[in-house]
Write a protein that binds this ligand. Structure first.
Ligand code: XCC
Ligand code: SF4
Length: 678
């Protein structure tokens, strides 16, 4: 009997094992489906398979599992029998579910803020070295941006000599700026310089609430301290510290990363390119750069485009070198050089499964460890380059990148990819799919396209918001998440927004998803945008979805919103604007930090999938409702992408009513109906 039972359950287990995810269901993108099918045919496992077989922990998902000390983990699920009124769930130390949940939440903020900010710090270090002319391969490229930024840091751009005012030496300005910038991470006194770049009302609110970050690192460290057993045990007070660290990310580390990268590598301007796995080329050496810091990828791009390397590739039988990007490295080299984007976060393993990836060069963040296992089935070389990020698998090569020999190191890497071209074994299968995209918008280029005649402000944009052609503006950003259909929620949310005349600003993997679906071309405004937005896009020649860069470039969205405030007519603060934020397929801690700094900058922000706060209703209520009165913006979560978009639109309409500009929109719609009737 026991034997039989065992046999039966064994058979059941075998059957379970055989059950595989249907490749057609993992993504809305045919290229992704095709490569997932190929992976299964070849017996290679991907994140889609693991998400299918590995169920998420149902207590962790509520945010109520604590493992902050050795007496735990203490699991405090909210169940049907929990009496929410007199909620008596407690860990061994007595921490309530609220405390546990808030601690976990702000630890996610700490993780995200530290990732962005450490990236920013690395850029600041290279920046300072370049200003001091201690590195050969970096220089001050964008002098105008340098001169724009310097005054915010109290760095003079002129000098007085014998009573005469003269321009100050560029490298001298850069050095002083670099020193002050680097000091932002750990300065002993004062507050971050960038805070004053926010609208005055917002800055004053932060001061009044006492949440203005003192420096970038300290607020993150303080999160770790406060969440240690037995320190801060009031969820509102804990979340307040999350707010400090998140502002230190958005207006600190991330903004510094963006600004200094722009000065070092050039300010993005609209460029044309392509996106999706189809950008890889069969007869070319395919070198993929994946990760986040452009300090490395900028030089790799330059090296790979050098005649010497192209000739070398040809000598090895290739037609040339095709570089492409994954994740935010893709966005960085796209916005400055028009290099095509090969893949979103969830397609990284699939890029190797094409059999055509000769080298995947990675640095930090969002790199799946499994790329090394997939690479074992092909000839692909996986090369780690960052001093803080290695992989345990023995097929991974570590070539540590040093800014002082950037060119040499990059050459070594590019050569390795070229030398590997002839080792291609398995049949190459590159999906056909790729789409055109225009990317590389920045605060400055939006000003150029949507500014008034005087170009000093966002006049045209504001005017079109007031007259109702543009209903509002949404920042839709963030990752892919294997727990939902790849790209489906991104695309559904964005399409629904533009259909309803909401101009979308995008970054991160949402930007890559939009590019893959053709939403980043001006022509497609006519196809997907509502009549008002389409008209504006046509007049000024922009896509209905503007690609603003990588995830640290979400700081551009904050500054664009600030420009809208400054241009006038739409209130005095970001929280008064008809705008909303969204991360339909978020997964990383960085997304939580971004969401939080959007919200405490006054932007109502909706996340897709789930948010790990559902196990502590009071914490959720605080973030979703009470936050609005404190910060002007609040969290929300809505997994259904259509409802998700409409929550944003409803908020935009509420703000329009509060501003008294809802009439403009009624008139526009009326006119349009009229014109159509004619
Ligand atoms: Fe990573 Fe920046 Fe998320 Fe994409 S969007 S999965 S964080 S690459 Ni930033
Ligand atoms: Fe449990 Fe408290 Fe330790 Fe957390 S800190 S694991 S709730 S005893």
């Amino acid at each position: 009997m026991a034997e039989e039972k065992k046999k039966a359950s064994g058979a059941k287990a075998d059957k379970e094992k055989e059950k595989k995810v249907d490749p057609k269901t993992v993504s809305i993108d045919p290229a992704t489906q095709q490569m997932q099918q190929r992976a299964q045919d070849l017996g290679i496992e991907t994140a889609f398979d693991r998400a299918f077989s590995l169920k998420p922990c149902n207590i962790g998902i509520q945010g109520t599992c604590c493992k902050n000390c050795g007496m735990g983990p203490c699991r405090l699920p909210l169940t049907k029998s929990t009496d929410v009124e007199k909620d008596d769930r407690k860990g061994v130390c007595g921490a309530t579910a609220n405390t546990v949940c808030a601690r976990n939440f702000i630890r996610m903020i700490a993780g995200g803020a530290s990732a962005h900010s450490d990236h920013g710090r690395a850029v600041a270090e290279v920046f300072l070295a370049a200003a001091r002319k201690q590195v050969q391969d970096y220089e001050i490229k964008d002098v105008n941006k340098l001169l724009d930024l310097a005054p915010w840091y109290d760095v003079p751009i002129t000098v007085e000599e014998n009573g005469e005012v003269k321009d100050r030496d560029i490298y001298e300005i850069a050095e002083e700026l670099g020193e002050k910038a680097l000091n932002e991470w750990g300065k002993a006194e004062g507050e971050l310089y960038n805070l004053k770049r926010a609208p005055q009302a917002l800055y004053e609110r932060w001061k009044k609430l006492g949440v203005a970050p003192r420096n970038i690192d300290r607020e993150i460290v303080e999160i770790m301290h406060r969440t240690h057993i037995g320190v801060d045990q009031d969820y509102r007070h804990l979340l307040e510290q999350g707010t400090r660290a998140a502002i230190g990310d958005g207006w600190g580390g991330s903004m510094l990363a963006t600004d200094l990268q722009d000065i070092l590598f050039g300010m993005p301007t609209p460029v044309q390119s392509e996106a999706n796995l189809g950008v890889m080329k069969k007869d070319y050496v395919n070198l993929i750069v994946h990760g986040h810091e452009p300090v490395l990828s900028e030089v790799i791009v330059a090296v790979a485009q050098s005649e010497e390397m192209v000739e070398y590739a040809k000598s090895k039988g290739a037609k040339g070198i095709q570089i492409s990007g994954i994740c935010c490295t893709a966005n960085e080299i796209l916005q400055r050089h028009g290099i095509p984007s090969a893949a979103t976060f969830l397609q990284q393993e699939l890029a190797i499964i094409t059999g055509a990836c000769d080298a995947m060069v990675v640095d930090i963040q969002c790199i799946m460890q499994n790329v090394a296992d997939v690479a074992k089935c092909f000839h692909t070389k996986v090369i780690t380059t960052h001093p803080i990020a290695k992989m345990e698998q023995n097929n991974v090569i570590h070539i540590e990148f040093d800014d002082h020999h950037a060119w040499e190191d990059s050459k070594k890497i590019v050569k390795m990819a070229i030398d590997n071209f002839e080792n291609r074994g398995a049949e190459v299968m590159i999906p056909e799919q790729k789409a055109n995209q225009i990317a590389g918008f920045g605060v400055e280029s939006i000003q150029y396209h949507l500014g008034g005649t005087f170009r000093g402000d966002y006049y045209t944009l504001n005017d079109n918001i007031i007259n109702g052609r543009v209903r509002g503006v949404a920042g839709v950003v963030g990752c892919n998440n294997a727990r939902t259909v790849h790209n489906r929620d991104h695309i559904t949310v964005v399409k629904e927004l533009i259909k309803n005349d909401v101009l979308v600003l995008t970054t991160g993997c949402n930007a890559i998803a939009c590019a893959m679906e053709g939403l980043l071309t001006p022509e497609n405004a006519q196809v997907f945008a509502g009549p008002g937005l389409a008209e504006v896009c046509e007049t000024v020649g922009i896509p209905p979805v503007l690609h603003l860069g990588s995830c640290v470039d979400n700081s551009r969205i904050l500054l664009a919103a600030t420009e809208v405030v400054k241009a006038g007519g739409l209130g005095n603060d970001i929280c008064e604007l008809p705008v909303a934020g969204s991360a339909p397929e978020w997964m990383s801690e960085k997304a939580i930090s971004i969401g939080h700094y959007f919200i405490v900058s006054g932007v109502y922000t909706v996340f897709g999938c789930h948010l790990p706060v559902t196990g502590a209703p009071k914490v959720q209520k605080h973030l979703f409702e009470e936050f609005e009165k404190i910060h002007g913006g609040m969290w929300d979560c809505e997994p259904d992408p259509i409802k998700h978009a409409h929550k944003m639109i409803d908020h935009i309409d509420k703000k329009r009513r509060e501003l008294g500009i809802e009439k403009g929109r009624e008139r526009i719609l009326f006119d349009m109906a009229d014109r159509r009737a004619m």
